[in-house]
Design a protein around this ligand. Sequence first.
Ligand code: TZP
Ligand code: MG
Length: 211
Amino acid sequence: MIDLSVYLITDAAQCAARGLVATVAAAVRGGVTAVQLRDKHASDAELIAQGRALQAVLAGTGVPLIINDRIEVAKALGADGVHVGQSDAAAQEARAKLGAKAIIGLSVQTPALAWAVDPALVDYVGIGPVFATTTKRDHSPPLGFDGLAAVCAASPVPAVAIGGLQAAHAEAVWAAGAQGMALVSAICAAASPEQAAREIAAATQIVGESS
Ligand code: TZP
Ligand code: MG
């Protein structure tokens, strides 16, 4: 099963200062447990090139590479999995094209959507945003921790929380029933992505052990 505890999601603009690959490499040294390559604007060819570079960084670390939305890119790369949104290609298509071993993640924003998740198709859900965030435009209304807990309770599969999260939120995220935190700016835009990842990993380990 995928370790969702410190789930880095990349953002091209926020990683630009150091470069995508160097940012991810630093974050992996700091202890992220999963990496999602997310770029809504890159072409398939650009994403495949970036994905190959990230696979080289992740080789031998046990940290999986998940591709956001682009099932064909995930397939071309032989990536560990794909994360799809409610408005993206269905989890069913991802499972059919990537096979039984692929990690399939699905975004859900409400208990009803979580309730509808088929565990045969979906390995984990991403729930958010917990807080408003400038990283994602036009996100749905923030859930807060009570809303997060309600969606987690309805999900038949493990959940990772997303949206405005930082190390200090680990305890509340786990208390709400999630198994991890997905983060963009807290790592990509940090003065030191390695140090930021290390602090988040330490915070999640403490709450993970006591829950
Ligand atoms: N989906 C919901 S919120 C979000 C995505 C991709 C962005 C989260 O970014 P940040 O910087 O961790 O708030
Ligand atoms: Mg999407």
